[in-house]
Design a protein around this ligand. Structure first.
Ligand code: ADP
Length: 437
């Protein structure tokens, strides 16, 4: 039954807080038992701790350290009632102890003297005691010495307690500092996300209005020049371009919203990367040519690398990277596209010698709505959705995408890494033989 007496509960709490029960012996405390045994000339000396059901020896001379006996047989428990020292001169003749198994059997206690270990709050936690097999009585200086040594033991325990408290406090403080730092980082992230959302809203409003102006001008032009077929054709082309731009924006927005809500499902078919490259080049070429870039496509590995995934989505990834390279490279720039095998991976890289990416922006380019500050040389920018989509789509394929740039004006390189189904020398090669061309 757990104790109900409040002072016993406090006593046990204090004892447990010391963290001494059921631990190894300690040299510092052993000095006290050694001194007690030597000074009294008795063969047994103990630091005995009393919990709710037993006495347990933290330090012991003449008996094993760590030994325990039931509390009801503990002489030491009686010391709790004494201010100074509890002494039994002949236990065999004492009606309280005569039939105690520690008297009738090992260690055959006859003479017992125990000085209580009392903490400053009055909690009795055990004794420093000495025991002999013959009846006897400690001389006054022996009694004094035992009491003084007991106070010494208490001082050591208090020191330990404050060390433990300090360590616990240091631990609590460092945990607090950790969680504070985490909260601060989180708050910063939230503030940053909020800022980006606001910027995005402003940009969205701008982007939606942007194509409308040329479209409405074009409509007016059509009214005036309805008879001029060449003008009509040019105007229709202009409207077509602006509508395509808006459609692209809306598609990207819908896509991002679906991806962030985890609603995008992709195929898991074997896809040959040379086909992905061919489709992506076809889609990105108009943008590349419009900006008069040179696009070099490095020779692809033969047989072609195969990955498991969604051909359309992989094309979308590559087109995004190629369009960005074209967008963020001043006219007449140089772009390179390469596909290679690296270990178990298929690696696609799109490189440009364009405006590059600032070191501060670089770690965030794949986050939603992230964009470099708009300057005239990047007036081509969209809404900061493309790379977030790229990262999510690549992740759905079990891959990664990374960006590198030595800084503004130094060009950029985007690398997509996907698990290859059929790397030329990979063990997975047997996985998809049918998918190879
Ligand atoms: P958007 O192009 O619509 O702004 P993205 O998500 O595609 O959005 O790109 C995010 C930002 O990353 C761009 O605004 C741009 O600052 C930077 N970026 C992307 N690709 C390149 C590149 N090839 N060179 C330089 N900067 C780039």
């Amino acid at each position: 039954m757990p104790p109900t007496d409040p002072s016993e509960i406090r006593r046990l709490d204090r004892l447990r807080a010391l963290g001494l029960l059921d631990t190894e012996g300690e040299a510092l405390l052993d000095h006290f038992t050694e001194l007690a045994a030597r000074a009294t000339g008795l063969p047994i000396a103990l630091i005995s701790l009393i919990d709710e059901r037993r006495q347990w020896f933290k330090s012991a001379i003449g008996l094993p350290q760590g030994m325990e006996t039931l509390r009801e047989f503990a002489f030491c428990d009686h010391a709790s009632q004494c201010a100074d020292l509890f002494e039994v001169e002949d236990a065999r003749q004492d009606p309280r102890f005569a039939d105690n198994p520690l008297v009738t059997g090992e260690p055959y206690i006859a003479h017992y003297a125990g000085a209580p270990l009392v903490m400053p709050g009055g909690e009795f936690i055990g004794t420093l005691c000495v025991i002999g097999p013959q009846p006897g009585r400690l001389p006054p200086q022996g009694r004094d010495l035992l009491s003084t040594l007991a106070r010494g033991v208490v001082s050591v325990l208090l020191l330990r307690e404050s060390e433990r408290n300090l360590a616990a406090r240091a631990r609590a403080e460092s945990a607090l500092a950790d969680s504070e730092a985490r909260y601060r980082a989180l708050a910063e992230q939230l503030a940053c996300a909020n800022r980006r959302k606001d910027e995005f809203r402003a940009m969205l409003a701008h982007e939606r209005r942007n194509p409308l102006a040329p479209i409405s001008t074009a409509v007016q032009l059509l009214r005036i020049a309805a008879e001029d077929p060449q003008r009509v054709r040019r105007t229709a082309e202009l409207i077509g371009r602006q509508v395509a731009h808006m459609t692209q924006l809306v598609d990207d927005l819908l896509d991002v919203s679906r991806v962030t809500r985890g609603q995008v499902r992709i195929d898991h078919e074997p896809v040959a990367l040379d086909e992905v490259v061919r489709d992506a080049l076809e889609q990105a070429r108009p943008q590349v040519e419009a900006r008069q870039h040179t696009l070099q496509v490095a020779p692809a590995p033969q047989p072609p690398l195969v990955v498991r995934g969604d051909r359309g989505r992989l094309v979308q990834v590559l087109v995004n990277l190629l369009n960005n390279a074209a967008k963020y490279t001043p006219e007449g720039g140089h772009l390179t596209l390469s596909v290679r095998a690296e270990g178990q991976d298929a690696v696609l890289a799109v490189k440009d010698d364009g405006i590059g990416i600032d070191a501060q922006l670089l770690p965030h380019v794949f986050e939603l709505f992230t964009q470099a500050r708009r300057t005239p040389d990047r007036s081509q920018g969209g809404l900061g959705l493309g790379l977030a989509l790229v990262r999510s789509l690549v992740a759905l394929h079990g891959g990664t995408v990374t960006a590198e740039s030595a800084g503004p004006g130094q060009g950029s390189c985007f690398t997509v890494r996907l698990p290859a189904l059929a790397a030329p020398d990979g063990p997975a090669a047997a996985d998809a033989p049918a998918a190879r061309g």
